[in-house]
Design a protein around this ligand. Structure first.
Ligand SMILES: Cc1ncc(COP(=O)(O)OP(=O)(O)O)c(N)n1
Ligand SMILES: Cc1ncsc1CCOP(=O)(O)O
Length: 510
């Protein structure tokens, strides 16, 4: 029977991680919390001690019906009669281990490249440990840190095989869903995650394992495949928009805003105008209760302080745990070193269903071609339209999410499709704090949901700017709120005339 790799515990007996506790007790607690396979990894003990500890551990794991594997040492595995071994690239070869071990022994192999993974598949290994996912103090002599992109490339290369796969290195509660989700290649995903310190060093290993098990179970399956029929055609998508706006009005969703104080009042008014229920809470600990309302979380970094980041992280974790949507608006991401660091910290810790920003912000999130921002403005663009579209697509593809790059033309991508939206009005650019509530709707094509929010917003802006009493950004804001409210009222009555012939959307072929 194939081994359940979903929550794979790798032990560590060093004082910094085990903290002087009894290894068998810690492992038993972790098993109670839901660990599905255990690897005894001990780099320091002599053979005699390895065998005696492995025997004790085996008694524990057998009670829970969970396989015990030994790291590196085939001789210890044979002496104790455990279920298998885990071998690194510099350990005994797979062929020899296979010869020495019983026929049904589980053999796992460490891999960090496509070549190593292909060889493990060809040899007939039961599973591969893919890593190192993120740099980790638990193992500093790792060959390479490959991240979710490197893991995805390996999974893609072996997608025709049924070999088991786990990711290892720096995985914790805040990033486990992102690891599972973002590593997925079209035909093959990870079967689990291997964890050392986040369970063994935890004050409560049972609670930690339980939390991992829940997070793994609730990892969102991103619906890249679940699109409406013909969903590459703008006209097909736009035809769906009115019913999505209607659903939003009916759903009256909660939106939790961790918003900058400049636009807080405006954002609350926009939410109320379109029939949503806003709550402004910069207090991260509150998120564990607020996320239960199944709304969306908006993180807007506009007025970042030293306290913001830990609060954001708590809230992101709470929403990611439940699989509820999180939107990142990395305001001024490229303006200062503090903001640049904040963006990389948030990006490495949590999963964002939508990243929305101007060109400068999106380039900073992308990383490799960042530009210095002046304040929160994007500054003059050096990219062609097609490069902008490619940037939005590539970031969405890398992060396995949606990216909306705003500007005179907005580019919206899910990593596959890119749509350019030319609605809106320049006054809108002077009112920051756009809300994207639509992601929270139970609608499988998330790109279409965001497009609906965008069109509602931008058509309201056009309507407002056309009023004869609107003479600039000051008089624009109340008119804009009125127009959002007018669309909401029309949508609730089933009147779709607000969008008829108005959407300026086209697909960008790159
Ligand atoms: C599940 C899993 N994957 C990878 C490793 C790392 O093994 P290796 O490269 O042999 O390094 P050491 O563990 O020997 O330091 C692993 N142990 N488990
Ligand atoms: C054994 C191993 N191999 C690659 S990283 C790693 C250690 C992972 O430890 P942690 O889960 O504490 O980051």
């Amino acid at each position: 029977m194939p081994v359940d790799l979903s929550l794979y515990l790798v032990t560590d007996s060093t004082p910094a991680i085990l903290k002087g506790r009894d290894l068998c007790t810690v492992v038993e607690d972790a098993l109670k919390g839901g660990v599905t396979v255990v690897q005894y990894r001990d780099k320091k003990s002599d053979t005699g001690d390895l065998i005696s500890t492995a025997k004790k551990l085996h008694q524990v794991t057998q009670r829970y019906g969970v396989p015990l594997l030994i790291n590196d040492r085939v001789d210890v595995a044979l002496a104790v009669g455990v279920e298998g071994v885990h071998l690194g690239q510099d350990d005994m070869t797979f062929e020899l281990a296979k010869k020495l071990l019983p026929k049904d022994a589980i053999i796992g192999i460490s891999t960090s490249s496509i070549e190593e993974a292909r060889k493990a598949v060809a040899d007939g290994a039961d599973y591969i440990g893919i890593g190192t996912m993120f740099a980790t103090p638990t193992k500093t002599n790792t060959k390479s840190v490959i991240g979710t992109a490197g893991t995805q490339a390996i999974l893609d290369a072996i997608s025709d095989s049924s070999i088991g796969t786990v990711s290892i290195g720096g995985i914790n509660h805040a990033n486990v869903q992102r690891v599972l989700y973002q590593s997925k290649s079209p035909k093959k995903g990870l079967d689990g995650v291997a964890i050392v310190s986040a369970i063994v060093a935890a004050d409560d290993p049972k609670a930690s394992a339980e939390e991992f098990a829940n997070l793994i179970k609730s990892t969102p399956v991103f619906a890249l495949d679940s699109k409406v029929a013909g969903a590459n055609k703008p006209e097909t998508l736009v035809a769906e928009v009115p019913q999505i706006v209607r659903k939003l009005v009916e759903a009256h969703p909660l939106v939790h805003n961790m918003i900058n104080f400049v636009v807080s009042n405006f954002v609350a008014n926009v939410a109320l105008s379109i029939g949503a229920s806003p709550i402004m809470s910069p207090y991260g600990d509150e998120a564990k209760d607020l996320c239960k309302f199944n709304g969306a979380l908006l993180i807007n970094m506009g007025t970042l302080t030293s306290e913001s980041i830990p609060n954001y992280e708590k809230a992101i974790k709470a929403y990611n745990t439940r699989g509820n949507p999180v939107v990142l608006d990395p305001v001024g991401a490229a303006a200062t070193e503090i903001r640049r660091n904040a963006v990389s910290r948030l990006m490495s810790g949590g999963y964002f269903d939508l990243i929305k920003g101007n060109e400068g912000e999106i380039r900073q999130v992308w990383g490799s071609n960042a530009v210095q921002q002046r304040g929160v403005d994007s500054g003059p663009s050096t990219l062609t339209d097609s490069q902008k579209a490619a940037l939005a697509r590539d970031l969405a593809r890398r992060e396995r999410n949606l990216v909306l790059m705003t500007g005179a033309i907005d580019y919206l991508s899910d990593g596959e499709r890119v749509f350019a939206v030319e609605n809106g009005h320049p006054y809108l650019g002077q009112v920051t704090g756009h809300l994207r509530l639509f992601l929270g709707l139970p609608y499988s094509d998330k790109l279409l949901a965001v497009l609906s929010g965008l069109l509602m917003y931008e058509i309201a802006a056009e309507n407002a700017a056309a009023k004869d009493y609107v003479r600039g950004p000051g008089s624009f804001v109340p008119a804009f709120l009125d127009e959002l409210y007018a669309i909401r009222t029309a949508a609730a009555k089933g009147d779709d005339s607000w969008i008829a012939g108005r959407a300026k959307v086209h697909e960008v072929k790159i």
